[in-house]
Design a protein around this ligand. Structure first.
Ligand code: AMP
Length: 414
C-alpha cells in the first residue's frame, strides 16, 4: 500500500516523499481513512508506531481542503494536547514537516519557559496548536488562546496524562471545547479510568489497536547481560567502546543513577549527557538536540524524560536498570526500531532484578537471549553466594536477667 492509495492530497504526498516515507505504517493504514471520513477515533497505540503522522496527515488535509480558511484570519482549528514538552515539540516538528507545502501554520506551547515567544507566535494567527495541559489553560485564562474555532481535537498519550495527574486540567479543557468537533484519543494502555475519560471526549468512534508487541518487541534485536550492579558501569563502557554505536539511549531507573553514569563515562573518556526531571527545560532540549544531531552519541535518560523521544535511526537502547513495570520495557525498546527500521536493545540484569525480567518475558511472550560478557564471573559468584546475613534465621538472643538488688543494677549499667 502507498500513501497515494489513502487518497492523500499532492502537497502532503510531496512532504512525505521528502521525509523518505515510502509506505504507511499499520496504524496509518487503518486510521487515516477513518479520520479523512470525519469520524472520531480511539487509537490504542504508543509512540514508535507512526501514530503522529496517522493523526497529523488527516488534520492537515482537512485544513488544506477547507475553502473558508484562506478567506479568514487564521484561528486555532486543530488542538493537540500531549503530556510532555518533548512530545509537544516533536509533534509540532511533524506538523511543520508534513504540512510544509500545505500552507499550515503551527504553534507549540508548554510550561517551564517564559511565555512571551509563545504568545507572539499565537498572536500572528495559527491553524494548529500543540500544547501541554498546564500552559494551555494558563494562556487561555490570560485570554491569549481561544478554542472557539477548534474543529479537530487530539488527546495524545492519555494514560500518561492520568499518571502525571492532568485529569482535572483535561476535564476543565473539555468544557471549553466546541461540541461539534472531530475527536481523536490515543493511549498506549486502556485501563478503566482511560476508557471512562475517552467516553467523555469521543462521540461515535472507531477503534484502532496496534499492539506494542507486534510493533516493537518482535522487530528489535534483544539481548540480555546478567551482570552484578557494581560491574554495570564497566560493562556499559565496554559495550560502547566495542560496538561503537552511532547513537545509544541508556535508561536508568533514577535521576541520580543517570548522573552517576554520565560521571563514570566521562572518567573513561566517553562523552554523554543526561536528561531527567531535575534538569532545566533548556538543558534537556540542548542535550536532546545535540543527540539528534549526532554531536553526542550517548544519552542517559529516565523513563519520564525519555517517553516519546523520537530520534530517527536510534541504533541502540540499553536498559542499564531493568524497569519494574514490564510495559516500560516495551516503551523503552520502542525508542529504537521505529516505524519500519530495525534496532537493538541490550538489558543489564542483576540478581535483584530477576523478578522484573520474569515479568518482562511474560509480557513480551519471549525469552530474551542471554549474551556473554567479560564481567559475568562476579554475577555468578553473587548468585551462588549464601543469602546475606539479614536473611539468615536469627540466633536466639538471651534476654539479660533482671538484677535482683540495686547494687547489681549499677553494675549492669556500667
Ligand atoms: P511516532 O509513532 O509518531 O512517534 O513515529 C515514530 C517514527 O516513525 C518517527 O521517527 C516518524 O518520523 C517515523 N515514521 C512515521 N511514519 C512513517 C512511515 N510511514 N515510514 C517511515 N517512517 C515513519
Amino acid at each position: 500500500m502507498t500513501f497515494k492509495d489513502l487518497a492523500i492530497v499532492a502537497p502532503i504526498l510531496s512532504a512525505l516523499e521528502k521525509k523518505g516515507y515510502t509506505s504507511p505504517t499499520p496504524i496509518q493504514q487503518q486510521a487515516i481513512p477513518i479520520l479523512l471520513a470525519g469520524k472520531d477515533l480511539m487509537g490504542c497505540a504508543q509512540t514508535g508506531t507512526g501514530k503522529t503522522a496517522a493523526f497529523a496527515i488527516p488534520i492537515i488535509q482537512h485544513l488544506y481542503n477547507d475553502p473558508q480558511r484562506s478567506k479568514q484570519k487564521r484561528t486555532i482549528k486543530a488542538l493537540v494536547v500531549t503530556p510532555t514538552r518533548e512530545l509537544a515539540i516533536q509533534i509540532d516538528e511533524n506538523f511543520v514537516e508534513y504540512g510544509a507545502f500545505a500552507n499550515i501554520r503551527t504553534a507549540v506551547v508548554f510550561g517551564g519557559v517564559k511565555q512571551n515567544a509563545q504568545v507572539d507566535t499565537l498572536r500572528k494567527g495559527v491553524d494548529v496548536l500543540i500544547a501541554t495541559p498546564g500552559r494551555l489553560l494558563d494562556l487561555m485564562n490570560q485570554g491569549h488562546i481561544s478554542l472557539r474555532d477548534v474543529a479537530y481535537f487530539v488527546l495524545d498519550e492519555a494514560d500518561q496524562m492520568l499518571d502525571m495527574g492532568f485529569v482535572h486540567d483535561i476535564k476543565k479543557l473539555l468544557t471549553k471545547l466546541p461540541k461539534k468537533r472531530q475527536s481523536l484519543f490515543f493511549s498506549a494502555t486502556m485501563p478503566a479510568a482511560i476508557v471512562e475519560l475517552s467516553n467523555k471526549i469521543l462521540g461515535n468512534y472507531e477503534r484502532v489497536t496496534i499492539q506494542p508487541q507486534q510493533t516493537t518487541a518482535e522487530r528489535v534485536e534483544q539481548g540480555l547481560f546478567f551482570v552484578s550492579k557494581s560491574d554495570k558501569p564497566e560493562l556499559l563502557s565496554h559495550i560502547i567502546k566495542s560496538r561503537k554505536p552511532a547513537s545509544v539511549l541508556v535508561f536508568t531507573r533514577t535521576k541520580h543513577g543517570a548522573d552517576k553514569v554520565v560521571k563514570y563515562l566521562s572518567r573513561v573518556k566517553i562523552t554523554s549527557a543526561a536528561i531527567h526531571g531535575n534538569k532545566s527545560q533548556n538543558n534537556r532540549q540542548a542535550a536532546l538536540n545535540a543527540f539528534k544531531e549526532g554531536k553526542i552519541k550517548v544519552l542517559i535518560a529516565t523513563d519520564i524524560a525519555a517517553r516519546g523521544i523520537d530520534v530517527s535511526e536510534l541504533e541502540l537502547v540499553i536498559n542499564y536498570d531493568l524497569p519494574n513495570i514490564p510495559e516500560t520495557y516495551v516503551h523503552r525498546i520502542g525508542r529504537t526500531g521505529r516505524a519500519n527500521a530495525s534496532g537493538a536493545s541490550l538489558s543489564f540484569c542483576d540478581v535483584e532484578e530477576r523478578p522484573y525480567l520474569k515479568d518482562i518475558e511474560k509480557l513480551i511472550k519471549q525469552k530474551i537471549p542471554v549474551l556473554d560478557h567479560p564481567f559475568v564471573q562476579a554475577y555468578e559468584e553473587k548468585r551462588a553466594a549464601p543469602p546475606p546475613a539479614a536473611f539468615k534465621t536469627p540466633r536466639k538472643v538471651e534476654k539479660p536477667k533482671k538484677p535482683k538488688w540495686r547494687g547489681a543494677r549499677k553494675e549492669v549499667k556500667r
